[in-house]
Design a protein around this ligand. Structure first.
Ligand SMILES: [Fe+2]
Length: 182
């Protein structure tokens, strides 16, 4: 499955444009991380894009989030490793076990933090630096829904926070128009 097909599939299940943008952003960071780590860029991109596919279906039920997503993706013939990572990104039920799962939990939470940094700069992502993100990371009331502990998981993959912010900003800049950012 390529990116276009995955986006089409995602739109079948998700109507909230902000959630679509969250998935696109997480996907871009996953792709950037895959490149850095020598992993399969297409596979990690798809994992990011599809990770919240069941979000509207389960209506916030965290006992089902990810598990329904797994079933949906399997029914469309996606590989088990992609479906498993989607299932296991629900950290109220699972701890990540492999690099893709660790990266997803970290990227899922960093994407919102970086975008929030851009929003307070008049949507200018081009003005967000790793230093900006570092400062906002420490301010726990800023984008409070972004779990800092999950972001820190990236260190398990040999990437420090500073580099992670840099990868995330550069990855998001490549698709900034899809996020309505400048
Ligand atoms: Fe997410």
């Amino acid at each position: 499955m390529d990116r276009e097909e995955a986006l089409k599939l995602l739109r079948k299940y998700i109507s909230n444009e902000n959630l679509i943008k969250h998935c696109i952003a997480t996907s871009a960071i996953m792709k950037g991380l895959a490149k850095r780590l020598g992993e399969d860029e297409n596979r990690w991109e798809l994992i990011g894009l599809l990770h919240d596919i069941d979000y509207e279906l389960v209506k916030g039920d965290m006992n089902k989030h990810g598990i329904r997503g797994y079933d949906i993706l399997k029914s469309y013939g996606l590989n088990d490793d992609i479906a498993e990572a989607v299932k296991r990104h629900n950290y109220s039920l699972f701890e990540p076990e492999n690099p893709a799962e660790i990266a997803l939990q970290a990227a899922d939470n960093l994407s919102g933090l970086v975008i929030a940094c851009a929003l307070v700069k008049n949507r200018k992502l081009s003005e967000v630096t790793p230093k900006t993100v570092k400062k906002k990371f420490k301010d726990k009331s800023f984008a409070a829904g972004c779990n800092r502990e999950r972001i820190k998981l990236i260190e398990k993959l040999g990437i420090d926070l500073q580099e992670f912010y840099d990868i995330a900003i550069k990855s998001l800049l490549e698709i900034k128009h899809e996020l309505d950012l400048k």
